[in-house]
Design a protein around this ligand. Structure first.
Ligand code: FAD
Length: 451
């Protein structure tokens, strides 16, 4: 045996699972396809600015994500508020830009009333979701038998109200409401407290950033697992037999007693299993598509928008950039704007030559902070749709029928195989907090499983 337990995937979920198993005295080996750890978290230096970094993957930690705060503080990593620079946020709706402070964007009263009534109905339904077993939610088949878009068309009184939720859905799920089952939208929101929490900065999921970057968390976890992680080892097949499991990568084979597969379900479905996994599990992995994200950072000599009373936090109902934030370092230095290309826009722009995409992104940012947006001193982007070992972000979403028909296979172990990853989390599904809890849960499953 090469290890008691092999963990496939060195994202936060896999690293946390390995960490907890090692603490419990298990011999662990982590196999990672990439040449780095961290998966969907990745901190990169900004060229030309010593010590300045940007997070090209997951970056925020927010209200209710106690597991992330605890894990960060264990490694001495500190956070600072997203809203450091002050200034007004901006909403560009129907071509009209409006500044606002606080939580509620400045829209006309009828639209705000409509958003309020639809959100209240959504919250009432979300409160009924069984987070551990969404398919057991009251009226689960009815909720799962329609898309979020269908529900919005029935529920919102105004086109503007619908467009608000469409923009919010793209920002949160990186896909259109037409692609989500209503049950999934409700589950995901309840899993992260509420839709409002998911779209909010102060008191919400975008509350704090990590000094030095969120990528440090995976680096610290990996350092404490030193010698137990093999990089550049894409797992191609997993064979279960009477006395253990053989995991085969492109170049080597490894044996262990049990395996934790800590990769998103769609990618887990590309591994060849012997014997074949139960049909329900295979069908699940066929029905967990990813959203689409290109995360872009435009770097300027200074955060010039602050002199205009702007925070660089902006949302728009038209793209290509629909959501932007200030990503400048907290202690002076360059000004950095983070711009998301999400959903179908990310696929469309991802197919363009880099220079054209950059031009489109910067032009889009001029709507938020003016013409100086066109003259960055540096520009970085990461197309997560094109990344071989992610293939779209922020994570998986479930289309109609998937939760109620095959959802039970999401985290059910199969023989000596266990499943982790943020997609399997009950709380903060899709977020780093969910990745942590899933790693802890899978490690506990292994430790309590019959030998
Ligand atoms: C642009 C972006 C912004 C985000 N923003 C936030 C945020 O602000 N806050 C937040 O909480 N979350 C955010 N997220 C989501 C968050 O990053 C993820 O939920 C979390 O990192 C997922 O961790 P994981 O370990 O479950 O999966 P992953 O990080 O995807 O880890 C899976 C690992 O498995 C590896 N792998 C895949 N296939 C194989 C194979 N066959 N063999 C071996 N290894 C394999 C991958 O390389 C990867 O390292 C964001 C994500 C993205 C992409």
């Amino acid at each position: 045996m090469d290890a008691d337990v092999i963990v496939v995937g060195a994202g936060v979920a896999g690293l946390v699972a390995a960490d907890r198993l090692v603490s419990a005295g298990q011999r662990v080996l982590v196999l990672e396809a990439r040449d780095r750890v961290g998966g969907r978290t990745l901190t990169m230096p900004v060229p030309g600015f010593d010590g300045v970094v940007v997070d090209q993957g997951g970056q925020w930690v927010g209200a209710g994500q106690e597991l992330v705060y605890a894990e960060l503080s264990r490694f001495g990593l500190v956070t600072f508020p997203q809203s450091t620079g002050g200034g007004s946020a901006l909403v560009v709706f129907r071509g009209k830009a409006r500044r606002y402070t606080g939580r509620v964007p400045k829209l006309d009263p009828i639209t705000l009333l409509d958003i309020g009534q639809a959100q209240a109905r959504f919250d009432r339904l979300a409160a009924t979701v069984d987070l551990a077993q969404p398919w057991r939610t009251p009226r689960a088949e009815w909720l799962d038998g329609q898309t979020f878009e269908t529900w919005l068309r029935k529920t919102c009184w105004t086109a503007r109200g619908r467009d608000f939720f469409r923009t919010a859905t793209e920002a949160v799920f990186a896909t259109l409401p037409a692609n989500l089952s209503l049950l999934h939208a409700l589950f995901y929101a309840a899993s992260g407290t509420s839709l409002e929490t998911l779209i909010s900065t102060d008191g919400g999921a975008q509350q704090d950033r990590v000094l030095g970057g969120m990528g440090r968390l995976a680096e610290r976890l990996a350092a404490s697992l030193s010698g137990r992680i093999e990089l550049n080892q894409p797992v191609r097949s997993i064979d279960q037999h009477d006395d253990g499991v053989t995991v085969t990568t492109e170049t080597r084979s490894f044996n262990a007693g049990r395996v934790i597969v800590a990769v998103p379900p769609a990618l887990a479905g590309r591994v060849v299993y012997t014997p074949a996994l139960p049909a329900e599990r295979d069908q699940l992995t066929q029905r967990t598509p990813h959203g689409g994200i290109i995360k872009c950072h435009a770097v300027y000599a200074e955060p010039f928008w602050r002199a205009d009373g702007l925070s660089a936090e902006a949302a728009s109902d038209t793209g290509p950039v629909k959501v932007a934030f200030d990503a400048s370092p907290p202690d002076g230095g360059p000004g950095i704007i983070l711009a998301f290309l999400d959903g179908p826009e990310s696929l469309r722009l991802g197919a363009l030559p880099e220079a054209e995409r950059r031009e489109a992104v910067l032009r889009s940012l001029t709507r938020f902070v003016g013409p100086r947006a066109m003259e960055p001193v540096a520009y970085l982007e990461r197309d997560w749709n094109a990344e071989e070992w992610t293939r779209g972000c922020y994570g998986a979403h479930l289309p109609p029928g998937a939760w109620t028909q095959v959802g039970a296979a999401l985290r059910a172990p199969v023989g000596r195989l266990h499943f982790a990853g943020t997609e399997t989390a009950e709380r903060w599904c899709g977020y780093i907090d969910g990745a942590i809890s899933s790693g802890v849960r899978a490690a506990t499953e292994v430790l309590t499983a019959a030998p």
